[in-house]
Structures are given as structure tokens and as C-alpha cells.
Design a protein around this ligand. Structure first.
Ligand code: ZN
Length: 277
């Protein structure tokens, strides 16, 4: 009897192992089938996966801007609406209406280094003849915010954000995110994709959207290129000023920029501005 009972127990155990393996295999195959599918979102265009995920995850030890060798020009960040009051602001990072979903800036302000700010003003003035003005989403961005963007963005979408180990041209006060507004209505002009949208609609070469959307996107690009800015290859709204290499990466808060010019010229930590907590 003993051997028989042992035999039946071992059969039950064996059946259990097979059943467990079968369930595990099913779960595995269903996870693999689901993982490449985009989540249920309204956009018909799936997020773009990078072909070469060569950038390793950000080490948690990076808590300060990269140290750069060489000589840089003295920073001279200018508040855009003080230079040109008819420029419009829509600083999304000072609101919850951004890809992070919460305010990152404590103040809705936009700055650029003086030569870039003056070039932007000229572009804005020339656009008047075509019935448009410039609508600014973001200019100078403290380094701590660039680091936060990198950390909250999935690795396959890292081509839409700057690597904090290298810093961003926004950190140098030489990059601007912007669109157009209609001078008659004051409303933002529709573009082929939305600001900070992480799909191919954001590419300045995207062929979709309406002909009018592509036209206004190209009007913005031509106006900016005419004043020494270059469009980002992934973002129709992002432009770099030609002299960006001449300026250092900064980590100064907007509030500190309003203080003495000497203080604003020194890279400083801005822990108080990076998020709510
Ligand atoms: Zn940008």
C-alpha cells in the first residue's frame, strides 16, 4: 500500500507542476504580446522607440551639473517680456499642463542670454507682417529641471529630453520652446502636433497634419532661422541659438535671476525650485 500511496501522491505533485508551468507559460506569452502595444490613448500615432538605446540609466549619484572646461561668456539672462512686452507667454512648466503633470517652476517667466533674446525680438517683429507673434513656452531652464525631465521620461523617449550628464542648451540660456499666436485673435496657432508631444508629429519634417498646420510650422521655422536659431530635429517648437557653446550650464532659479546680476552669474543649486517636495 505504501508504494501505491506514494505513487499517487507523486502523480498529483507532477500534475501540479505541469499545471503551474502551463499557467506560467500563458502569462509570459500574454505579457510579451501586450508590452509593445501602446496604451489606450487618443492619438493614432504610437510613441517612437529609439533604435539605439545606448544611454545607460542615470546614476542616482548625479546631483550637480557637468563640469566643463574652457572659457565662457559672462551670462546675461534677459527676461523676454521686459525686452519686448508684446511677446506672449504660456509657461507650461509653471502649471500642471505639461508632460510631467505638475508645476515645476514657481514662476511663469522666460529668459534668454541677451544676444539670443535680441534675435528673438527681431523674429517677433518681422512676423508681424505675416499676422503672427511669438508665443513662448520655455526659455532658460535651470539644470535641476533638466535632470528631473530625464528621470520621469521612459528611456525609449529620451530623444525628446536632454541628458543631464551633458546638460541642455536651455540650461545655457540659448534654447527656446515656442509657437505662434494670431495677432487678430490672440490665440495660439494650430501646429501639426502639440507642444511636448512625444510622437513623430513633433518632427519639423513631419508630413502629416493639415497643409495650413505645416505652413504655420514652417513660417515659425523660417522666422527663427532668419535670426540665427536652428530647429531641433525632433521638436518643431525647440530652437537653439547659434552661440550656445559660448555660455556655461547654469542652475540658477528664476527668483535668483531677479536679484543682483553678480549672483545670477554664478551656477548655484536650486533645490527649492525642483518640484513640490
Ligand atoms: Zn526645448
Amino acid at each position: 500500500m505504501k508504494p501505491r500511496r506514494w505513487c499517487s501522491i507523486s502523480h498529483i505533485l507532477l500534475l501540479g507542476v505541469f499545471a503551474g508551468f502551463f499557467v506560467f507559460a500563458q502569462l509570459q506569452s500574454s505579457c510579451k504580446a501586450k508590452s509593445p502595444q501602446p496604451s489606450a490613448v487618443s492619438t493614432p500615432i504610437p510613441p517612437i522607440a529609439t533604435s539605439s538605446p545606448s544611454v545607460s540609466p542615470l546614476p542616482t549619484t548625479i546631483d550637480s551639473p557637468p563640469v566643463e572646461e574652457g572659457k565662457f561668456r559672462q551670462p546675461d539672462l534677459i527676461e523676454l517680456v521686459k525686452l519686448e512686452p508684446t511677446i506672449k507667454l504660456d509657461v507650461r512648466y509653471a502649471t500642471s499642463n505639461n508632460f510631467v503633470g505638475r508645476p515645476l517652476y514657481t514662476e511663469a517667466r522666460a529668459f534668454l542670454q541677451r544676444p539670443a533674446a535680441e534675435a528673438l525680438r527681431r523674429a517677433h517683429q518681422k512676423l508681424r507682417q505675416q499676422g503672427y507673434g511669438l508665443l513662448i513656452f520655455d526659455g532658460y531652464r535651470p539644470w535641476a529641471i533638466t535632470k528631473l525631465f530625464w528621470e520621469v521620461t521612459p528611456p525609449n523617449l529620451h530623444n525628446f529630453v536632454a541628458d543631464p550628464r551633458k546638460g541642455s542648451k536651455h540650461n545655457r540660456g540659448c534654447a527656446i520652446d515656442l509657437s505662434l499666436f494670431d495677432l487678430k485673435t490672440g490665440q495660439e496657432v494650430p501646429m501639426p502636433g502639440a507642444y511636448d508631444e512625444m510622437t513623430e508629429r513633433s518632427y519639423p519634417t513631419y508630413k502629416g497634419g493639415t497643409a495650413e498646420q505645416r505652413r504655420t510650422r514652417d513660417v515659425l521655422r523660417a522666422a527663427m532661422e532668419g535670426e540665427g536659431f536652428t530647429v531641433n530635429e525632433y521638436e518643431w517648437w525647440h530652437f537653439d541659438y547659434k552661440d550656445w557653446r559660448q555660455y556655461p550650464i547654469l542652475n540658477v532659479s528664476f527668483a535668483e535671476l531677479s536679484q543682483s546680476p553678480e549672483k545670477s552669474n554664478r551656477p548655484q543649486p536650486i533645490a527649492s525650485q525642483a518640484g513640490r517636495s
